[in-house]
Write a protein of this length. Structure first.
Length: 556
């Protein structure tokens, strides 16, 4: 490739008419809003990477990089254009930045005329800056914070503003990640990004600031002694004249404009680091306070980004749990028998998005029905998954009562092997024959109640341990005879342990009283009465356990 005709620069004219120079180096030379470009123009109408300048055949050529509003040279929209002295480059928006191409030094001086303050991302001219430059840098930061959706754009503006305030030559924003410092932003005072090879900083100085959590660590290096001797070795290796180091602390944003700053060193999230090789950083005349304020702003931006990510993660989790809840509800019986010699009414309400309770009623054959209610220990997704596993294991049933015990033993061993005893479940599993014979296994579940008209309810006590606890557990099969009109009330402890606002439990006594009073009524009426009584007792108080209730009615 032939070399270009000579060194070239761009005269950058900001919307206020201020002019400054930006050397076209390196090549390709990227122009746009993104902090990673070589010339950064902070205007939301300019694309992230709007254009680039390359050299072809000894000429500088400007190319559109697929920008949103287009690239214009001398008022004409172009895709690419060979540049000549004084060509004017624009970005398709009124009152926006404009660039003037200058190939030699004489032409550059003529085009610049009276120097103004440099916009963000370009090299200020000699004599520019001072209080007005600092003010413009702060205003540019405020504008970026209001208009930019990019966290890196805002953080880059913070570093640019700190460089403008102090007059330092390089600026870094480093964040703590598992005990290490990782560079997030690295900038030169002309707004250009530093190369990876330039990211050498005196680590001893950084770790001192991070560990001591001073508000600011500022050192100007001439002959050093005392506490700064160790730091001076790394500083001398880099030939630094001045270093400014400000910790970024974890902040908590409150109502209004109130911001709390944590003081614990463990809450230090990173550093704003500035250095110079030629001149000492200027921290006089309020500059120190400005830099500290910029560090707080960077900390606030990072905290807001963290909170936003947490909120997004929570929304994703809530959506996943909502889907899981719908799936779990779909696994419950779509309908229960409402006619014939067996009738049933049931329901389950999870205390959280998903629960660990499960019930089912399955017809084994025309002369036999199977019913099961299970309660997995714990709450949340893990218990819900285990409840679904139990449903899969119990979805088929044999009409042989002896098979109940063997099946429960297999489930016990299976759970113990998979969970190591950390998760277990109580289960009531029964078979009801057409002649009224009820065969059941009660694996430490709440004793179901048999409601008989004219008498107190009878309980079906446990015949074995919870499944998933003891490998050698055995599960005996018990039998009882139901008479026509009898009802079997099966429930989980979420019913009897339902609490009101005062912390009182609904209790088994209340449950038995309702069952006894409604023994002559249908299974639907008994289920409704218990459900209403629990709701009236809790008065909407949040419950800590799932509530599951199944009522079977044996009829001729």
């Amino acid at each position: 490739m032939p070399p270009p005709a000579g060194p070239a620069s761009l005269v950058v004219v900001d919307p206020n008419g201020h002019r400054a120079s930006a050397p076209i180096d390196p090549l390709p030379f990227l122009i746009g809003r993104n902090p990673g470009n070589h010339l950064v123009l902070r205007d939301s109408r300019i694309s992230r990477t709007h254009a680039r300048i390359v050299v072809e055949g000894g000429e500088y050529v400007v190319e559109d990089c697929g920008s949103r509003h287009g690239l214009y040279v001398n008022g004409r929209r172009v895709a690419r254009h060979a540049l000549r002295d004084s060509d004017k480059i624009e970005f398709g928006a009124q009152d926006c930045y404009a660039l003037v191409f200058a190939l030699d030094g004489a032409e550059l001086k003529r085009l610049i005329g009276q120097a103004g303050a440099a916009p963000s991302g370009v090299q200020p001219l000699p004599g520019a800056g001072g209080g007005m430059a600092k003010l413009r840098a702060i205003l540019e930061l405020a504008r970026t914070m209001q208009s930019s959706l990019s966290i890196d754009d805002v953080l880059a503006s913070v570093v640019d503003a700190a460089l403008a305030v102090t007059g330092a030559e390089r600026g870094f924003l480093l964040l703590r990640n598992e005990g290490r410092l990782e560079t997030r932003i690295a900038r030169r005072s002309d707004g250009r990004r530093l190369a990876v090879s330039d990211l050498r900083v005196p680590r001893e100085v950084l770790h001192r600031a991070l560990e001591r959590r001073r508000e600011m660590l500022h050192m100007n290096f001439n002959p050093l002694s005392g506490d700064d001797a160790q730091a001076s070795h790394s500083v001398a290796d880099l030939e630094l004249r001045s270093v400014v180091c400000v910790p970024l602390v974890r902040v908590r944003t409150g109502q209004g404009d109130v911001t709390s700053v944590f003081s614990a060193s463990s809450e230090t999230v990173g550093l704003l680091y500035l250095d110079s090789r030629v001149a000492a950083a200027d921290l006089a005349g309020g500059n120190r306070e400005l830099v500290q304020t910029l560090a707080i702003e960077a900390s606030t931006v990072l905290e807001n980004a963290r909170l936003l990510e947490e909120e997004r993660a929570k929304q994703r989790l809530d959506e996943e749990l909502r889907i899981a809840r719908n799936i779990q509800q779909s696994l419950l019986p779509r309908s229960l028998p409402a006619a014939g010699w067996l009738r049933a009414a049931g329901g389950s309400v999870a205390s959280r998005m998903v629960g660990g309770d499960y019930f089912d009623v399955i017809q084994v054959n025309p002369h036999c029905w199977s019913a099961v209610v299970a309660d997995v220990s714990g709450k949340g997704p893990a218990s819900a998954l285990l409840a679904a596993l139990l449903q899969g294991a119990l979805i088929t049933a044999s009409e042989q009562p002896s098979a109940l015990g063997r099946r429960m033993e297999r489930i016990n061993r299976f759970l113990l092997e998979r969970t190591g005893g950390e998760k277990y479940a109580t289960i009531f599993h029964c078979l009801l024959d057409r002649d009224g014979r009820l065969s059941y296994v009660n694996a430490a579940h709440c004793p179901p109640l048999i409601a008989r008209a004219g008498g107190p309810p009878a309980s079906l006590d446990a015949t074995g341990l919870p499944v998933g606890l003891v490998e050698s557990a055995e599960y005996a099969v018990a039998e009882v005879r139901l008479n026509p009109g009898d009802k079997l009330v099966i429930y989980t402890d979420g019913v009897t342990e339902a609490q009101n606002a005062a912390g009182e439990f609904f209790g088994r006594k209340r449950l038995k009283e309702i069952v006894a009073a409604r023994a002559a009524e249908s299974c639907q009426a008994i289920h409704h009465a218990i459900d209403q009584a629990v709701s009236a007792f809790t008065e909407g108080a949040e419950q800590s356990d799932d509530i599951t209730l199944l009522v079977l009615e044996y009829a001729e």
